[in-house]
Design a protein around this ligand. Structure first.
Ligand SMILES: CC(C)(COP(=O)(O)OP(=O)(O)OC[C@H]1O[C@@H](n2cnc3c(N)ncnc32)[C@H](O)[C@@H]1OP(=O)(O)O)[C@@H](O)C(=O)NCCC(=O)NCCS
Length: 167
């Protein structure tokens, strides 16, 4: 299996946002690519996330080549009246199918646990997103239910609500 490490999202990582949230194929389960303006805004938010204390965003780095191959991060959200973490992940197409998203997500969950924030972490993959649902299952998340989830703002997606108890 490919070995990866997580590094905090940095100033030079906009290119990775263009290859992930800016790419039509990568966002087919996520309501389509974001505009350049939205991506620039997002880059600023990702850079500030750790300092704001509301979450963490990491780039996933392939240990072998040193290449940046994706992103994983978690942030606070209110979920049914409770403060929880939400987690999300992306791996660029050339590096998919090698267990990278699962390994990186496992590392991010360990960071979330060590952060000592909310006791519960949720993931909301689209019901059709087979690899992401497989990752949740593999990492021991519990499937709560199928829900209509608002993403991107203004649109509704059919998603699974998966949660993992961090305590
Ligand atoms: C979802 C995504 C991150 C998966 O990345 P990846 O590095 O290829 O994932 P992994 O290699 O870790 O595979 C995860 C699991 O999915 C399984 N899988 C992969 N493709 C699959 C498919 N089409 N059907 C069923 N299972 C599949 C793998 O077998 C693996 O399970 P296993 O470890 O039990 O064998 C990547 O496809 C992606 O970035 N997609 C676009 C963005 C996105 O949808 N992000 C998720 C938002 S919640």
């Amino acid at each position: 299996m490919t070995s990866v490490r997580l590094e905090p999202w940095g100033e030079g990582d906009l290119h990775l946002l263009l290859k992930t949230l800016g790419d039509p194929e990568m966002t087919k389960h996520l309501g389509g690519p974001e505009s350049e303006e939205k991506l620039l805004e997002r880059q600023g938010r990702f850079e500030r996330l750790a300092d704001s204390g509301t979450g963490r965003m990491f780039k996933i780095v392939d240990e072998g080549s040193g290449e940046s191959v994706g992103s994983v991060g978690y942030w606070h959200r209110d979920w049914r009246g409770e403060d929880v973490f939400e987690i999300g992940w992306m791996v660029i197409p050339e590096f998919q199918g090698r267990g990278i998203a699962a390994a990186a997500t496992e590392q991010a969950v360990a960071h979330a646990r060590a952060d000592g924030g909310p006791g519960m972490i949720h993931a909301f993959p689209g019901v059709e997103n087979a690899p992401s649902n497989a990752i949740c299952r593999k990492l021991g998340f519990e499937l709560v239910e199928e829900i209509d989830f608002e993403y991107p703002p203004g649109s509704t997606m059919r998603c699974n609500d998966w949660r993992l108890d961090l305590s």
